[in-house]
Design a protein around this ligand. Structure first.
Ligand code: IMP
Length: 190
């Protein structure tokens, strides 16, 4: 089976590639000649995931799945959430996003947060969604060199290392995207 993973984010692609069994041939956007920015105009994580997956099916004809992810911080009423990528501005700069988050949380005791990933799968004429959540907290400082995005400031619950300090395989086992992928793969195997 051929499936497109609709992302331009090479870090997401690397994580997902490590989870997909060889029976599924995973195609990237580059593989199908898609170089455009796929619209993401929904107000919800689920809405954006669906929009991206549908777009590829409609414009390129491939069965496809897309991931949209947000970091939800309890003390900030769930922000940055669906606006995580552009939290500190249009540049989508990960360091600037983390700096803004650490500033917003300065002096705040409640550091609880969660990552939420929704994966939308368009398979022929059906659309399914799969949600993965990873609970944890925001560290006082950035730690670690691995991962991407907010990984250096996210400490998964029960761990003493941030996502950026864990191996990709460890992050995949407990992480939001890994959990959503697990549900997607179970669905495909049903
Ligand atoms: P999007 O799903 O690509 O729109 O990502 C939204 C924001 O969350 C971006 O700033 C990403 O860098 C960040 N992000 C997405 N997935 C992860 C992750 O697994 N770890 C850390 N940050 C992430």
């Amino acid at each position: 089976m051929k499936l497109v993973f609709a992302t331009n984010n090479l870090n997401k692609l690397r994580e997902v590639q490590a989870l997909v069994p060889h029976q599924i041939k995973l195609l990237s956007l580059a593989d199908i000649g898609c170089e455009e920015d796929i619209p993401e105009t929904s107000q919800t994580i689920e809405g954006n995931a669906k929009q991206k997956a549908r777009y590829i099916k409609e414009h390129y004809g491939y069965n496809c799945f897309a991931d949209d992810t947000g970091l939800e911080v309890e003390a900030l009423d769930g922000a940055p959430g669906v606006y995580s990528a552009r939290y500190a501005g249009k540049a989508k700069d990960a360091n600037a996003n983390m700096d803004k988050l650490l500033k917003e949380l300065a002096g705040i005791e409640n550091r609880n947060a969660q990552f939420k990933t929704v994966i939308a799968l368009v398979l022929d004429d059906t659309l399914e969604t799969f949600t993965g959540i990873c609970k944890g907290s925001i560290t006082p400082d950035k730690k670690g060199e691995g991962g991407f995005g907010y990984d250096p400031v996210f400490l998964p619950k029960g761990y003493t290392k941030t996502f950026a300090e864990l191996l990709l395989s460890e992050k995949n086992k407990i992480g939001h995207r890994g959990k959503a992928m697990d549900l997607l793969l179970k669905f495909l195997n049903r």
